[in-house]
Design a protein around this ligand. Structure first.
Ligand SMILES: Cc1cc2nc3c(=O)[nH]c(=O)nc-3n(C[C@H](O)[C@H](O)[C@H](O)COP(=O)(O)OP(=O)(O)OC[C@H]3O[C@@H](n4cnc5c(N)ncnc54)[C@H](O)[C@@H]3O)c2cc1C
Length: 542
């Protein structure tokens, strides 16, 4: 068994980001690297380093995007589109932040198993912009296999307008008794009201106030909402819970469709970074150089990157540690708390999870990806053919477990299952062997198909600070700061979404819009002027 912690695993520069793509520099790679080509070294303000002439276009503004998570990358793409010159500055050796991948022996693993929902409109646009929609598999319609302690049930949307598409199948959802189904239905009706959730109320209190019994909580609310919020219901606000319910469960017909990436997550970040003028990896920003009410530069150790503007797309606990960050006047940064997530990857002997012919090529990895709603083809013929959940296993895509620390199982390949354990505060410090044994025994207890199948390998990936907790009363800042040329991005900012890829992309785009509004085109015509010479020092050298 191998053990890893994505935040600590030693990871090389992504192989796909090469010299023909964006200029990627790593501080430790070559501390004495020549400065040529580094955008901040310009004397002219031109990305190509040539001196401007009278006929030249107005120099593009130079913006540094700090943090190469999805928020930073989305901001970078938006600003690039508007003609800004973008330097991406990332402390880690990897692109993608929480949504990245790393090499573990011969496997490239995601730092966390990520689900995508049909309601992720901004994230899906971002993926389209990268030309990578074909690298996502999204269900044609919401379809979930529930593995309960009393059997299996399937909840599958009908091809009807919302909310009938889910309401009718839910009435026949046999994982819940009739009484519990009625309780849930009543709560869903209450959730549709625009005002629901008292100020300061927790989601647990809201569920209690709406009469949700133990079975309704265990079999319906927990498998769907705990992973979405990644926190116990008594720690998250009712508003956050209701936002998820309204957007995903009660939203449009496509909103609840579930999907995932069929390529390692880092590929998305790498493709986005290719569009930046400069990418500096292993370059933690340690401080802000603020002068005259304006951000002038980013301090990276004893060096400074001169900027016209910056998007600070780092988590709140990192922002608070940046020297000079108080000039941003962002309140309450210290009030953010986080919750862990554990993923357990299990490899069983070959026949489990392979296609009917036992050929790995017929597993979902080898299947043509579903490209959103327009694509009616299923890569899972058994699911199309059969209504019997017992037949689904050979093609199991993802399933939810009820009353288990494992909330979701994703079939990643023949015999390869990834178990996602959200809100894993009690488990995060458990030794890997115990986590692997726990996930294995949970799966065996619900998936009789596993029978005596040998577990070949198990890996636990832990993120102790996976996502922020949308606690009652938490004040999430918007993108604007006290400095007109410095904006915030990150899934934790005020997007209305919990910590998701959708929230991250939305925040990045909002940050870019705020910056463009604060430094509009007319002002750009005068440009920062040659006096504002920027400078980048790598490796802290002179
Ligand atoms: C295990 C796990 C599972 C998840 N599952 C899902 C899911 O199923 N569906 C979903 O939608 N979302 C999921 N999420 C949440 C999602 O990944 C995040 O909400 C999103 O990726 C956050 O993006 P971000 O850009 O806001 O922040 P981050 O990804 O945290 O990016 C911040 C970046 O800033 C960098 N940085 C920090 N400090 C500095 C500094 N001083 N200088 C330079 N760089 C710095 C960091 O290294 C990082 O790259 C999951 C998260 C985890 C951890």
């Amino acid at each position: 068994m191998m053990k890893t912690d994505a935040s600590r695993a030693g990871m090389a520069l992504p192989a796909r980001v090469g010299s023909s793509q964006p200029r990627v520099q790593s501080r430790r790679e070559d501390p004495a690297a020549p400065r040529a080509g580094v955008p901040g070294t310009r004397q002219s303000g031109r990305a190509d380093g040539r001196a401007p002439s009278d006929g030249d276009a107005i120099p593009a503004r130079h913006v540094a995007v700090v943090g190469a998570g999805l928020a930073g990358l989305a901001a970078a793409l938006s600003l690039k589109r508007e003609g800004w010159r973008v330097t991406l500055v990332e402390r880690s050796r990897l692109l993608g932040g929480k949504a990245t991948s790393f090499q573990l022996g011969d496997i490239e693993m995601d730092s966390g198993q990520h689900a995508i929902l049909g309601c992720y409109s901004s994230f899906l646009e971002f993926v389209d912009e990268l030309g990578m929609r074909g690298d996502l598999r999204i269900q044609e319609r919401f379809d979930v296999l529930m593995l309960t302690d009393t059997g299996r049930a399937r909840l599958r949307a009908l091809r009807l307008p919302a909310p009938l598409h889910l309401a009718l199948p839910f009435l026949r959802f046999r994982a819940l008794g009739v009484r519990s189904r009625l309780q849930v239905a009543r709560a869903l009706l209450a959730a549709r009201r625009p005002r629901g959730g008292e100020e300061g109320e927790t989601f647990a209190a809201w569920l209690h106030r709406h009469g949700q019994g133990t079975q309704a909580q265990r079999v319906f609310w927990e498998p769907f909402l705990v992973p979405a919020l990644n926190a116990p219901f008594d720690r998250v606000s009712a508003a956050a819970g209701l936002m998820v319910v309204r957007t995903a469960l009660l939203g449009s017909r496509d909103a609840a469709r579930i999907g995932y990436a069929t390529v390692p997550l880092a590929r998305f970040a790498e493709r986005a970074a290719e569009q930046c003028d400069q990418v500096l990896l292993r370059t933690p920003v340690t401080g802000l150089h603020v002068e005259g009410g304006e951000l002038r530069g980013l301090l990276t150790g004893d060096a400074e990157i001169g900027v016209d503007a910056a998007v600070l797309a780092v988590p709140p606990e990192r922002l608070v540690r940046m020297a000079g960050a108080e000039a941003l006047e962002v309140p309450d940064l210290e009030t953010f708390t986080t919750q862990p997530i554990v993923d357990v990857h299990l490899w069983y002997e070959r026949p489990i999870g392979a296609g009917a012919d036992g050929d790995p090529a017929s597993s979902h990895r080898g299947s043509p990806p579903l490209a959103g709603a327009a694509e009616p083809r299923s890569a899972h013929p058994a699911i199309e053919r059969s209504q019997d959940p017992a037949d689904v296993w050979p093609y199991l895509d993802f399933a939810a477990m009820t009353g288990s620390p494992v909330q979701w199982i994703f079939a990643k390949g023949p015999g390869y299952l990834c178990c996602s354990l959200s809100s894993a505060g009690d488990l995060i410090s458990q030794p890997e062997e115990r986590l692997v044994a726990l996930a294995d025994s949970e799966l065996r207890s619900r998936l009789t198909e596993l029978g005596g199948a040998t577990l070949l390998r198990g890996v636990a990936v832990r993120d102790p600070e996976a996502t922020f907790v949308p606690a009652p009363g938490l004040r999430r800042p918007g993108p604007a700061t006290a400095l007109a040329n410095a904006v915030l991005a990150g899934c934790w900012t005020d997007t209305g979404w919990p910590a998701t890829m959708e929230g991250a992309v939305r925040s990045g785009r909002a940050a870019a819009r705020t910056l463009m509004a604060a430094l509009p085109n007319q002002e750009r015509a005068t440009g920062p002027g040659p006096a504002r010479t920027s400078r980048v020092e790598l490796g802290g050298g002179s």
